[in-house]
Every structure is written in C-alpha cells, then in structure tokens.
Design a binder for this molecule. Structure first.
Ligand SMILES: [Zn+2]
Length: 121
C-alpha cells in the first residue's frame, strides 16, 4: 500500500487526487508516496461523537508535507493525541483497519479498511 499524493506537470501537489489540478487545470499525471515522509501537524482535534465503527475518541489531524517546494495537506487519524502540539512532526504508519468493518456496513468486502495514521515522531 502507498499513501499517494497526486502531482500535475507544473508541480502542484494535492491529496487526494483530482481529475484536474485545482491550481492550474492540468491533468495530474504523477503520484508521490507520502508514506516515508515526515509531516507537520497544522492543527488537530478530538472527536467524541463518532460514526459506527470509528474509534472513540477519534483524534484527527491536518498534516502538511513538503514535496519539492510544494506543500500538500492531508487529513487523517493520529495514533495518539498525548502530547501532540501544532508544529510537531509526525510520520504515517500503516494500519490494517482504520475503522471496524463489522460495524454497520452491509458489504464489508466492498471497501478498503486499511490506510495510514499519523504517529508523533
Ligand atoms: Zn497544477
């Protein structure tokens, strides 16, 4: 699995990808795997009212990565909120199940449950 941001020929990077680059309208032709990079916490919050199958409390962060002079932001879960502050460095860590596939989904096999959480460095 990879944690792919998408890049257009002009170097703009987005996560997730778009059919056309929101910045310049070109087609996004490249992917950049963010999984091995370190990002910075822009902001984070804890949600205590979560949908079925989502952990509670759920710690969510907006994390910014630098990709060759361009910054790209991704929203995702934090592994922990303990001691996390804005500006801290985090690394993506792979998780097999970001949510519980058994909770309230009619066809669990129809979806991917794995992905990345952000771990404080
Ligand atoms: Zn662009």
């Amino acid at each position: 699995m990879s944690f792919d941001a998408h890049r257009c020929p002009n170097g703009h990077v987005t996560y997730p990808g778009h059919t056309r680059c929101p910045e310049c309208g070109e087609e996004q032709t490249e992917t950049v795997d963010l999984a091995d990079r370190t990002g910075t916490v822009v902001t984070w919050t804890t949600s205590t009212a979560t949908p079925p199958g989502v952990r509670e409390p759920n710690h969510l962060a907006i994390v910014e990565f630098e990709v060759q002079g361009e910054s790209v932001r991704a929203l995702g879960q934090l592994t922990t909120a303990d001691g996390v502050e804005i500006g801290d460095d985090v690394e993506p860590v792979y998780e097999e199940e970001l949510r519980d596939p058994e909770a309230g989904i009619r066809e669990p096999d129809s979806q991917a449950w794995d992905g990345y959480r952000f771990e404080p460095v």
